[in-house]
Design a protein around this ligand. Structure first.
Ligand SMILES: Cc1ncc(COP(=O)(O)O)c(C=O)c1O
Length: 539
């Protein structure tokens, strides 16, 4: 018994250390692990909708609703199954091995991708976990989707996987057609121009550069580029190097390369020790919930933030640090799933245009279908198309759409070696087909409603733990716990019960399920969350 208690304490200490190393706070309580181990055996008895029932129901439904009960990924588990603590002993050993080579403090657990399927990720210890975080919101159709396998098996496609081109100079024949069938087929309204990039940060960096070039060309008013401009830019001096700026919002996250980092303000861990540019920052609305009870206050909050935007334009433009663009997330994701109203975005577009700047919508996390539309800003009814829409994650390739006036006038300006990866575009082409075939945007809407209703119900029943600010569009949902410590405990307990969620902001848990997340998965998640809320011990 003594040995066993010692073992539990060691496990607890290890997990606490691990959780702290990924930036969460965790206060180990006696018996956590023991309780988990007891609960696990009971938990494994859970059984949910069987695939057979699901198939039967599917046949009874009209075509438009089939996504509800269809077995979207055949062979998928019927519920989570957890055999060890998470991370388990094998994962912990692998984390230690990796840590000898590189800092491995952010690794949750090692993953058995071969055995992961659909909405369930299997870890190195054989735990099958309902994944509502989807690789930081980036894998669209879940694990090992059969249609993705078909893309890779097609010999024609294998050529693209093997021969990665320098896309800016040697694109493969048929490349424009691939872009048309994938990225352009789901482009935001009004967009006909697209550039691919490797990641989200890279996409934003290049959108900023395109905005700067556009702004400078407007200033030149058609004059040609001078010798002085060409020589001064080589030593980082004016007039070739410009004093232009990009405005961003408090709480935002736009990536971690140096330019993007200046526009990122979500957590100090990302920024500390790195140089930052003097660029304008305005407040992003922080609403009171429930929204319907605070209409007046929230409208005033919109006005306060928009007034700051106007003020920042005035200050920076007057100082000659011209604001060439405003970058904004449709929902501030890493910053804690902070939402703003369609009216806020409509006014932001108006103010940005009035000041001769470009509006850059960073849809890296919100894009790709999780809100029930390909682009979250399509919910905002903007009067005009956004100047730039940047993407990555669920779109599988990074990149940005931009209006024609932002096309560079010389080559090599928006450029790097790979400019993305055609093999990812091949996969995206198939994703777009599957989303349409399986009616997945409708499914997102239905599963999202189920999640939101369930979360609101839980926040009413557990006000001691959950704040009443459940928020979401589609399955892009989040809720706050009543303290950062409770959030950390809830996140940890969810994991131990076989649900992988994502922490963000100070005390938020965000849900970023796959596009194949069905109402039956929402039921499973909500049952587990209820169990966790009953177990929380943090005062
Ligand atoms: C809104 C937003 N923009 C940009 C990025 C940066 O993307 P990446 O991590 O691919 O560089 C992220 C990543 O989480 C993001 O959420």
């Amino acid at each position: 018994m003594k040995n066993r208690n010692g073992h539990i304490k060691r496990q607890e200490r290890h997990i606490a250390m691990h959780i702290r190393s990924v930036g969460l706070q965790f206060h180990p309580k006696p018996n956590y692990i023991h309780q988990f181990e007891m609960a696990l055996s009971k938990f494994n008895l859970f059984h949910y909708q069987l695939n057979a029932v699901s198939c039967f129901l599917n046949r009874q439904l009209p075509k438009s609703a089939r996504c509800l009960s269809t077995v979207l990924v055949p062979g998928e588990a019927s519920g989570p199954s957890v055999k060890t603590t998470v991370p388990g002993p094998k994962s912990r050993q692998m984390i230690a091995d990796l840590d000898k080579i590189q800092f491995a403090g952010s690794v949750f657990y090692f993953t058995d991708y071969k055995n992961s399927l659909g909405n369930y990720v299997v870890d190195a210890d054989g735990n099958s976990i309902l994944d509502v975080f989807s690789q930081i919101s980036s894998l669209p159709l879940g694990y090992n989707h059969p249609d993705m396998h078909k893309v890779v098996q097609d010999p024609d496609n294998q050529i693209a996987f093997i021969n990665r081109p320098a896309l800016g100079i040697f694109p493969a024949q048929g490349w424009p057609e691939k872009l048309t069938n994938s990225l352009l087929s789901v482009a935001p309204k009004g967009h006909t121009q697209v550039n691919t990039m490797a990641c989200g940060s890279c996409s934003n960096e290049n959108a900023f550069k395109a905005a700067f070039m556009w702004y400078r060309n407007k200033q030149r008013g058609g004059a040609s580029i001078s010798d002085e401009e060409n020589s001064s830019c080589l030593v980082n001096r004016a007039p070739g190097s410009t004093p232009f700026t990009i405005m961003s919002f408090k709480g935002s996250f736009h990536g971690q390369t140096l330019g993007c980092l200046t526009t990122t303000h979500s957590r100090s861990i990302f920024k500390l020790d790195f140089p930052a540019l003097d660029w304008p920052i305005a407040s992003f609305p922080r609403y009171k919930y429930p929204l319907e009870d605070h209409v007046k206050e929230n409208e005033a909050e919109d006005r306060r933030c928009l007034a700051e935007v106007e003020e920042q334009f005035e200050i920076y433009n007057k100082a000659g640090k011209f604001v060439a663009g405003v970058v904004v997330e449709p929902i501030q994701a890493e910053g804690g799933d902070v939402h703003a109203s369609p009216e806020f975005f409509q006014q932001l577009q108006r103010i940005t245009k009035k000041n001769g700047a470009a509006l850059i919508l960073d849809e890296v996390q919100t894009g790709g279908g999780a809100t029930g539309k390909y682009w979250c800003h399509e919910h905002f009814n903007l009067p005009d198309p956004a100047d730039f829409v940047t993407f990555s994650k669920k779109m599988l390739t990074g990149g940005f759409y931009s209006l024609p006036e932002f096309r560079p006038q010389q080559g090599l300006k928006i450029f790097n070696t790979w400019m993305g990866d055609p093999s990812k575009v091949l996969l995206l082409e198939k994703v777009v087909q599957v989303v349409k075939r399986d009616n997945l945007l409708k499914l997102v809407e239905l599963s999202g409603k189920k999640l939101m209703d369930g979360l609101k119900d839980l926040s009413n029943r557990f006000p001691q733990h959950m704040k009443n600010n459940v928020r979401g569009i589609g399955t892009f949902c989040a809720f706050d716990l009543t303290s950062p410590q409770k959030r950390d405990e809830a996140f940890f307990r969810l994991q131990q019960h076989g649900v992988q969620s994502g922490p963000c902001g100070e005390q938020t848990i965000r849900l970023r399920p796959f596009l194949v997340f069905q109402p039956k998965h929402a039921d499973i998640f909500l049952d587990v969350l209820e169990k966790v809320l009953k177990e929380i011990q943090t005062p």
